[in-house]
Design a protein around this ligand. Structure first.
Ligand code: ADE
Ligand code: ZN
Length: 320
């Protein structure tokens, strides 16, 4: 009805979407066929938490082999995003998930970058790439990946941290992120919902690493001091309601609203759309359905997203 049309029509920015997590079942089939690789697993995998999601996510990537595959994957996402009035998007990618199975970094980034260039030309959407470090791999592998990324620094806006958070705190990558900062990258880290030591991981990300944003991070409400720090420093939180509902019983809708009303720059995003049940508009609809968010607050979520985005300030002012 009216709210759905309002949400669909809002100009949006998306800041938390994993390109490898946009792989739709039909693309998976198409890429497997054209590359002559066996389908890694059954169509319908059941996951109930981060670990079981990741156990589907990585095997599915074996269908991604060529530069064309990476291009097609990213361009298909950008087409869907543009169709939902997303005007700017910052997309994570996981190079170690490919280099660890023999696909060159250059193959991955060339395909993704070409999609960014063509989308800006053909789809009226601006896009940037954020390289994620896999936190369940070693700090040495992270440092090697950071070093390799420097050849493509002009194509990468920032560095993130994702994958299995259990026993892999931000502090494990303190040197890697310090180096990334020296190289001029902006910094973000996943602090997934309801992980063991969530609040200590959020504290490390903010106070020890000095991140610019946190991905998820709604457990920050456990420490009012950190909420105040995030608000005062303008550290954005990129939340993902549909993903939260899988990873954490009941989701995090009330927490998202509370943080928004506390003045924290929180935003709504899709994470891994086909895995968790929808793109950014679907996430906003799901959140609106279970909360009393006003239209002004729905707009504020988008305003936050453009404000904490890493679009250049000149371009950003044009969107605001
Ligand atoms: N990789 C892809 N999606 C992720 C998520 N939501 N959390 C951690 N790692 C991820
Ligand atoms: Zn994520």
């Amino acid at each position: 009805e009216a709210t759905a049309a309002f949400i669909a029509g809002m100009p949006k920015a998306e800041l938390h979407v994993h390109l490898e997590g946009t792989l739709e079942p039909v693309q998976r089939l198409e890429f497997a066929e054209r590359n002559g690789v066996a389908l890694p697993q059954d169509d319908v995998a059941v996951y109930t938490d981060l670990t079981s999601f990741l156990a589907s996510y990585y095997p599915n990537m074996t269908v991604l082999q060529t530069e064309r595959d990476f291009f097609d994957l990213a361009f298909a996402y950008l087409t869907k995003a543009a169709g939902q009035n997303v005007r700017h998007t910052e997309m994570f990618f996981d190079p170690q998930a490919h280099t660890s199975r023999g696909i060159a970094f250059a193959t991955v980034i060339a395909g993704y970058h070409e999609a960014v260039v063509r989308a800006e030309r053909e789809l009226d959407i601006s896009a940037q790439l954020i390289m994620c470090i896999l936190r369940d791999h070693s700090a040495e592998s992270a440092m090697d990946t950071l070093a390799e990324s420097l050849h493509y620094k002009h194509w990468i806006v920032g560095i993130g941290l994702d994958s299995d958070e259990r026993d892999n705190p931000p502090s494990k990558f303190a040197r890697v992120f310090a180096r990334a900062r020296e190289e001029g990258y902006l910094l973000t880290m996943h602090c997934d919902v309801d992980q063991p030591n969530s609040i200590e991981h959020i504290r490390q990300a903010i106070e020890d690493i000095g991140v610019d944003r946190i991905d998820h991070g709604t457990n920050i409400l456990e420490d009012p001091r950190l909420v105040a720090l995030a608000r005062d420093r303008g550290i954005g939180l990129t939340s993902c309601p549909l993903s939260n509902a899988v990873v954490s019983d009941g989701g995090k809708a009330p927490e998202i609203v509370e943080l928004l009303r506390a003045g924290v720059k929180i935003t709504v995003n899709s994470d891994d759309p086909p895995y968790f049940g929808g793109y950014v508009t679907d996430n906003l609809l799901a959140l609106a359905a279970v909360t009393d968010l006003s239209r002004d607050e729905l707009v504020l979520l988008q305003r936050n997203a453009f404000e904490i985005s890493w679009i250049s300030s000149v371009d950003r002012d044009a969107h605001l």
